[in-house]
Ligand binder design. Structure first.
Ligand code: NAP
Length: 345
């Protein structure tokens, strides 16, 4: 028996994403103690996957490799049963790579059990997987970096994106009163639902907007990168925190300009002890490592089950053509929320 997976053959465009087949018995032969074989049900397509394909994601594995940052699936085989994890359970995991595949082998300690999943509800599967990378990132940047007050001014850059929509839903649910988001007009339909004030960045610079309205931000969440970080710093309040968490502009601005944005922003902050600049990366020890990922996913799951959050997703059946299309659309900024690959089961 064989199973299918996508590999990035070498650095380059979407055509470097190729479907290959591997013997399934290899999974069983190589299964180590403390590992499980997961049959994947849904796999998220992340901006980081595109950066890995383009060769701009620091520390990505050598080519060829299978991308895919987050998954949910069924445990098909497990080397040892744990109290709350056994064969047949549905689990989520942050994989970083390896998700665009019908099967993946993962350490048991990385598996997050999800009870009561309707396997025939593809939208539910997609929403559950989209809460792994995007919603945990959003949740941790709001609650694991600084203590916020309800009245604090919060600026969410890229409000129409995967993490951006998660941030909008969470700030709405937790009732933050002064939320602003930079967003393109084409994605503005979501704004009215979430109580955030839009700044149409393609029409007006957010720095001008803040000056005009005489506002400074207590928390800024910036995934855009490069010079954009320095622009964000300009509208940071005394005692404010600027969180740098992505380099979306890597592909547009080029590596050097994007890379320089981070040290220059830290430099800018060197003599201002009241303001903070922080780089957030999911899974880092200082934000609680993988234990906090498990913990925060459970919180998000509760919110989802109680209909307090509702991830925006588009689904595509797993195939080479669809994976290439998903990369193209995400790279063009056309996706509102997250694209998820759905597998046959
Ligand atoms: N540090 C971490 O742990 C972590 C975790 C998750 C993601 N990330 C990173 O965060 C970034 C965003 O990820 P994502 O999944 O949310 O990507 P995404 O879904 O592609 O969203 C990014 C959004 O930014 C918008 N945008 C582009 N240029 C902009 C600008 N100048 N100002 C404001 N908005 C702009 C785009 O929409 P429009 O073009 O329509 O405006 C797009 O909706 C990526 O670099 C990703 O790697 C980091």
């Amino acid at each position: 028996m064989e199973y299918k997976k996508i590999i990035i053959t070498q650095r380059g465009g979407k055509e470097k994403l190729k479907l290959i087949k591997e013997p399934k018995e290899n999974l069983y032969k190589n299964l180590n103690k403390k590992e499980a074989i997961i049959k994947i049900l849904a796999s998220g397509v992340a901006y980081a996957d595109i950066m890995m394909r383009e060769g701009t994601y620091p520390g990505h594995p050598p080519y060829p490799f299978t991308p895919g940052y987050d998954i949910i699936g069924i445990i098909e085989e497990i080397s040892e049963n744990k109290e709350n994890i056994k064969k047949g359970d549905i689990v989520a995991a942050l994989t970083v790579t390896g998700g665009y595949s019908e099967y993946i082998v993962l350490p048991i300690e990385k598996l997050i059990p999800i009870p009561n999943v309707d396997l025939n509800n593809q939208m539910e599967l997609a929403k559950l997987v989209s809460m792994v990378l995007n919603y945990i990132t959003a949740y941790q940047m709001l609650f694991r970096i600084k203590k916020l007050n309800q009245e604090d001014y919060i600026l969410i850059h890229g409000g129409g994106g995967g993490v951006g929509t998660a941030l909008l839903q969470l700030t709405h649910h937790y009732d933050f009163k002064n939320v602003f988001t930079t967003i393109s007009r084409r994605k503005s339909e979501i704004i009215s639902k979430y109580n955030a004030k839009p700044i149409y960045y393609q029409e007006e610079s957010f720095v001008d907007y803040c000056k005009k309205h005489k506002i400074k931000m207590d928390l800024i969440l910036d995934p855009i990168g490069g010079w954009h970080f320095l622009e964000s710093y300009k509208v940071l309040n005394r005692n404010g925190t600027l969180v740098l968490y992505g380099t979306y502009n890597f592909l547009k601005e080029g590596t050097i300009k994007s890379m320089l944005g981070v040290p220059l922003t830290y430099l800018r902050n060197l003599f201002d002890f009241n303001k903070k600049v922080i780089f957030y990366l999911i899974g880092q020890k200082r934000f609680g490592g993988y234990e906090s990922i498990k913990n925060d996913y459970k919180i998000l799951l509760e919110l989802f089950k109680n209909k307090k959050i509702d991830p925006l997703v588009e689904i595509l059946p797993f195939s080479e053509k669809n994976v290439q299309e998903a990369h193209q659309r995400l790279q063009n900024g056309e996706v509102l929320g997250k694209i998820v690959l759905i597998f046959d089961h």
